[in-house]
Design a protein around this ligand. Structure first.
Ligand SMILES: NC(=O)C1=CN([C@@H]2O[C@H](COP(=O)(O)OP(=O)(O)OC[C@H]3O[C@@H](n4cnc5c(N)ncnc54)[C@H](OP(=O)(O)O)[C@@H]3O)[C@@H](O)[C@H]2O)C=CC1
Ligand SMILES: CC(=O)N[C@@H](CCC(=O)OP(=O)(O)O)C(=O)O
Length: 333
């Protein structure tokens, strides 16, 4: 028997991707996959890509999950905190939801509402010092999907003093799976296909998370819903404070990061190149006209943006190499 893992919210998009990654992980044994309305259904009735996985969704209750060494929570916002509080401290937990990401209770109530559950160790291993913090934690808050893409592009530049933290502008497009699988009016196929539309303009819940993770003090984020199932492409622009080469700063920051790739000069990120992988592709330049630094970042929102990142964090918490069981390469086209 390997390491016993369980997934709560396994019938969702992030949960389904977790099941796929766990099935290919050499050290993990899946002991439970839970759902809410779909409890009792065969996993493959919901996730046809997992045919061969002979399992039925259990109901989401703490007793079922407490039998695992590590539990992934892939539940709607606000549902993780109460469930996690019922799990013994000996069970490691990675929460893919937002409940434990923010240290600032006011920011939590402004963007999410309801009681603030308090912050856990932030699950972005590529931030300075964070690998060791995650390795020593029993509770880890996985990052938001836009937050990963934008933080990886921006954090090293602010940390190096290469750009001004007070003036960061981001436009970022996301595939529709970022919104989860529950039916929503703005996700009707016939209206999403062939369309690009901004949403949560100036009011996205990842803004405080990105500010917390990067040290940005002024950040404008315009998210755009894109007609593709997976992927995030974020274009981050900021004002340089000197003449540091942004490519050199990023290359230095990610020299030892197996999943973050600064592309060769002149090559720009494509979301499709990250699909199915736990990778982030970056490119940077200085815009000759505006003088602003431009960094473009691509991830798979269900990979490095959710399930892949969660498995990377779990590997670190369990003392495994962080790449164990994780796809390094995408499946494009
Ligand atoms: N999709 C993405 O790209 C990303 C998602 N996340 C986060 O991961 C979490 C899951 O997201 P996602 O998979 O997209 O969401 P989905 O809507 O696709 O799935 C939600 C899951 O939670 C279950 N669920 C719904 N309501 C409840 C409830 N009241 N109590 C317990 N379980 C419930 C659902 O079960 P059932 O279907 O049986 O009702 C389903 O398994 C969210 O917190 C999300 O923000 C984070 C980063 C990226
Ligand atoms: C396309 C789309 O709607 N995306 C979602 C991404 C949410 C997400 O996955 O991140 P959290 O875990 O922080 O909710 C959004 O913009 O709210």
């Amino acid at each position: 028997m390997g390491i016993r893992v369980a997934v709560a919210g396994a019938s969702g998009y992030a949960g389904g991707e977790l099941l796929r990654l766990i099935a290919g992980h050499p050290e993990f044994d899946l002991v439970a996959a839970t759902a809410h309305r779909q409890a009792g259904a065969p996993v493959t009735a919901v996730h046809p890509q997992l045919v061969g996985l002979d399992l039925t969704f259990a109901a989401t209750d703490p007793a079922t999950l407490a039998d695992a060494d590590l539990v992934f929570l892939a539940l709607p916002h606000g549902e993780s905190a109460a469930l996690a509080a019922e799990l013994p401290e000996s069970v490691r937990v990675v929460d893919l939801g937002a409940d434990h990401r923010l240290r600032d209770a006011d920011a939590w109530s402004r963007y999410y509402g309801g009681p603030h559950a308090g912050a856990w160790t932030y699950g972005l291993p590529e931030l300075p010092g964070q690998r060791a913090a995650i390795a020593g934690a029993t509770r880890v808050a996985n990052t938001g999907c836009y937050a990963v893409a934008i933080t990886l592009a921006l954090a090293p530049l602010i940390a190096a003093g290469a750009v001004a933290p007070a003036d960061v502008v981001v436009v970022a497009a996301s595939g529709t799976s970022g919104a989860g699988r529950a039916a929503k009016a703005h996700l009707l196929g016939s209206e999403v296909m062939g369309d690009l539309s901004p949403y949560k303009v100036g009011a996205h819940q990842h803004v405080p998370e990105i500010k917390q993770a990067t040290g940005a003090t002024g950040l404008s984020l315009t998210p755009v819903l894109a007609p593709m199932p997976r992927g995030i492409l974020a274009t981050v622009t900021a004002v340089p404070t000197g003449d540091a080469d942004p490519r050199a700063v990023l290359a230095d920051a990610y020299a030892d990061a197996p999943f973050v790739h600064l592309l060769p000069e002149g090559a720009w990120p494509h979301t499709a190149a990250t699909a199915g992988a736990n990778s982030c592709h970056l490119q940077a330049t200085v815009d000759v006209d505006s003088g602003r630094v431009i960094v473009v970042s691509a991830i798979d929102n269900l990979g490095k943006g959710a399930a892949g990142q969660a498995v990377q964090n779990a590997n670190l918490m369990l003392g495994l190499p962080e790449t164990t069981g994780l796809p390094l390469f995408g499946v494009a086209p």
